[in-house]
Every structure is written in C-alpha cells, then in structure tokens.
Design a protein around this ligand. Structure first.
Ligand SMILES: CSC[C@H]1O[C@@H](n2cnc3c(O)ncnc32)[C@H](O)[C@@H]1O
Ligand SMILES: [Zn+2]
Length: 442
C-alpha cells in the first residue's frame, strides 16, 4: 500500500464550485492544499485514503467558492462611511469628501482605515482587493500584514492632496512604491490616475508610456456620469474614453471603473484594445450616476468584473451583496430576466476580477495549481432552504454572515467568523476614536 502524502490542509465540503468556465458544481468534494496551492480536488470519500492533512476542516453544509475579488475600492474611506449620504457624485466629492480628505487623510488615517476595510472584506469572503487611495505604501503594508492579496494603485491627480503636490510628485512617489513592493507576490502596485476630468494630457501620456515599460496596470474612474462625458466632449471634442485611447492608455492593462455611459463606439474601443470594465452597481445607484449595460458588454466579449467602490458611496464592502445587486440590476437594465445569470454574476465577482487584475493564472477559480484563495459559505440557514441549486442560493439569498471560513494563499484568515490576522475589538474601539476626531474636528 502506498504512503499517504502529508499536506497542509484538507477542506471537505458539501459543494465545491470551481468557477472554471463550465458551470460545474462538485458535490461532496474536498480541496487539498499544500504550500498555499490547491494540489487536488477529489471526492470526500477518497481524500483521506490519499492524503494526511496537518489541518482538516469538515464543512458538509458549506459551499467552497473562489474568494471574491473586489476590483475597485478606496479602503481607508471606510472612516467616511455614512458621512455624506444621498448626494450626487460631484456635490459629494467637491463639497464633502475632498474637504474631509484634505483635513483628515494621513499615513495613520490610511493605516487604520485600511485595516477596518480589510477586516470587513475578509468577513465578507473577499480574498483580493484592488485599492485606489493616498499613502499607497501604507495600504500595501497593511494588506500584507493582514494576509490578504492586494492590487494597490497609487493616485495621480492634477491638484495637491495630503500625499503629493502635483502630477510629477504623484508619479515619482508612486514609482518608489512600485519598486518597494516589486518582489512581493501578494501585492501588485499600479497606476491610479483618478479620472479624465482630474488628470491632464501630459501626465496621462507619461502614465501610458511608463505602464507599458513596467508592464504595470492602470485603474481609472471613467464615464462615471453623463455630466463627465458631456463636459469632456465640450472641452476636448472627444468622449473621455476616446481621448484616453488617443493618449495611448487603452490596452489590456487598463481597468475602466464605472462606465455607465457607453456607446457602440465605446464597446468597439474596449474590444479592440482588451481594456477591462469594473462595474460598481451599488455606488452607481447610490450616487445616481447611471446604469452600466453589463449584459451588453459581456455579450459583446468585454471582460467585466465587480467592485464595491469605497464605503463612503456604497456604504459597505460586501461582494456578496454587490453580486446580488449586479445580477438584479442587469436584468432591469437589459429588460431581460435571463440577463446576467447567477453563474455569470459569480464569475464576475471571481474569475473576471482575476482577469481584470491580470492574475487569472494565480487566482479567481478553484483549480489545481492555483493559489488556495477560498471562501466557505454555510448554506444551511433557514433563509436558504430549500436549496435546489447552490449557485442560485449564493447569489440570490446568501448574506455575508454565512461566510464562515476564508483562506488566502492557503492561510486561514477567517476561522468560524473569527479573524486570525486582525483584532476586531481593537478595530471597533479605534474606529470610534477616529469618528470622535472627525465629528469634533479635533
Ligand atoms: C485618487 S485617490 C481616490 C480619490 O477618488 C475619490 N473617489 C472615491 N469614490 C469616487 C468615485 O466614485 N468617483 C470619483 N472619485 C471617487 C476619493 O475620494 C479620492 O479622492
Ligand atoms: Zn472609486
């Protein structure tokens, strides 16, 4: 009889949903994890005949899915959650958020706010997040310490903020951060020009050149509202997406966040260049920015992934909720109940996110040789019963409180809803301390 192979972790589950392109759902299967990588996916009844685990989880009422990939947020903005509600984008930014950021944002604010955001994201089953905020070197370090995978875009704007004074300084500091984290496999640093209306042509041309030279991605808010497109047209004679294309920015490295305003010509530009769309339905709804025609984009062949945006415009970082909103909204926008099926919504929150971030060779699906970025969802709650199909339950009925375990790169970061890398009591007390500062102005 052959020896059993000793492995780090075995997770036996009721269902394994690989999200590998063919809508497969494996019943009573186990993931075998060693050195942070999935090395086998086999029936529960066979797994212990072949492998001897150091850690063994039995989750017979749970589904295992790839960890969610939140492809757009502003993590530290969690400290502004609920501070400025029920406002349209430009009023929200100009009169509330940008003044608050110039008063409060610092390395310490970003450190503490990012910790709060990561704690929330891990508790909602997110294993990778893409951030766009000030002091990116601090956010990147916090993410590494919390053992979550991250893509951190350094901001670039024409005007001064607490992090930098002008585009040259933003780019210079950002490139230093890029170098600092170059060898960290769990972190990718990228360019984050804020939006077409806040970054002028010269820095955008430099970003296009540098991103190609460094093979670094670029994330940008684009076509978020009709006003942005109308004003862009009036100022430059071009739609913003066309202007960015003419400046050399459209490529598979570009992640276009929001895209609520889309013409057939825009779709052709996205398809020809391989640029990705990041859909943030709840932020778009809350700021009344518009509706992205995601079903149309997906059917045309554009890669669309999902993001929450910051907690100041959502007001949470919950990818399960975002996925449900995306699925429901897509049906209404397409006037077609078959638009964005449950499987497609789950793909948008996982493998499509990995494609957007250029890490689909590493994560985004549960497959042998990919990283063990895994979320376990308990499907045995009264609210989920009866269950005819686990993917339907996950997308249309599950809540983030049913996320019980999360592994990132094989590390158990949420164990029976307990965070293993962050202290929730400390985070709550610290968040109250920041709220006191922010409301008293001291
Ligand atoms: C360049 S750092 C990020 C910058 O973006 C602001 N922001 C947050 N949400 C949005 C949004 O939906 N559209 C445009 N800008 C947004 C954030 O407050 C920071 O200033
Ligand atoms: Zn945003």
């Amino acid at each position: 009889m052959s020896e059993k192979k000793v492995v780090d972790t075995i997770i036996e589950a009721g269902w394994v949903i690989p999200v590998n392109g063919d809508k497969e759902v494996l019943q009573n299967h186990a993931l075998v994890i060693n050195g942070g990588t999935i090395i086998a996916i086999i029936p529960n009844e066979q797994v212990l005949n072949q492998y001897q685990p150091t850690n063994h989880q039995q989750l017979p009422n749970h589904a295992l899915i790839p960890g969610f990939i939140n492809t757009h947020c502003h993590a530290a903005m969690s400290f502004f959650r609920g501070k400025a509600d029920d406002l349209p984008l430009m009023t929200w930014l100009n009169e509330h958020i940008w003044p608050a950021e110039s008063q409060w944002v610092s390395a310490e604010f970003v450190h503490d706010g990012t910790q709060l955001a990561i704690a929330e994201m891990l508790r909602c089953g997110t294993t990778t997040f893409s951030d766009m905020y000030f002091f990116p070197e601090v956010a990147a370090r916090v993410a590494l310490d919390a053992k979550i995978r991250s893509q951190i875009s350094f901001p670039i704007m024409d005007f001064p903020t607490p992090w930098a004074k002008d585009p040259d300084e933003y780019i210079h500091k950002g490139l230093e951060v890029f170098d600092q984290f170059r060898h960290q496999s769990m972190t990718r640093i990228m360019f984050g020009p804020h939006a077409p209306y806040t970054v002028s042509d010269e820095p955008l041309k430099r970003i296009a050149t540098l991103s190609e030279q460094l093979d670094a991605a670029v994330q940008m808010h684009i076509h978020e509202t009709p006003t942005e497109v109308d004003e862009g047209l009036a100022k430059t004679g071009k739609r913003p997406l066309q202007r960015l294309h003419d400046l050399g920015l459209l490529s598979p490295r570009l992640q276009c966040v929001h895209m609520t305003q889309i013409t057939e010509a825009d779709i052709q530009l996205l398809l020809q260049t391989g640029a990705h769309v990041v859909h943030c339905p709840e932020s778009n709804l809350k700021l009344a920015s518009g509706f992205s025609p995601v079903d149309q984009l997906l059917k045309a062949g554009v890669n669309v992934s999902l993001g929450t945006d910051g907690a100041a415009s959502n007001n949470d970082l919950d990818m399960l909720g975002e996925m449900r909103t995306a699925a429901l909204l897509a049906k209404a926008v397409a006037e077609d109940a078959a638009a964005l099926s449950a499987h497609e919504a789950l793909a948008m929150a996982t493998i499509n996110g990995a494609k957007t971030l250029g890490i689909d060779d590493i994560t985004g699906s549960l497959e042998v040789n990919k990283a063990a970025d895994v979320t376990a969802i308990n499907l045995d709650e009264l609210e989920n019963l009866p269950m005819y199909h686990p993917v339907s339950q996950i997308v249309y009925t599950a809540s983030s409180r049913q996320v019980t375990h999360v592994w990132v790169d094989g590390n158990l970061v949420l164990n029976n809803r307990e965070l293993t890398t962050l202290d929730i009591d400390y985070l709550k007390a610290n968040t109250l301390r920041w709220k006191e500062h922010i409301i008293t102005g001291k």
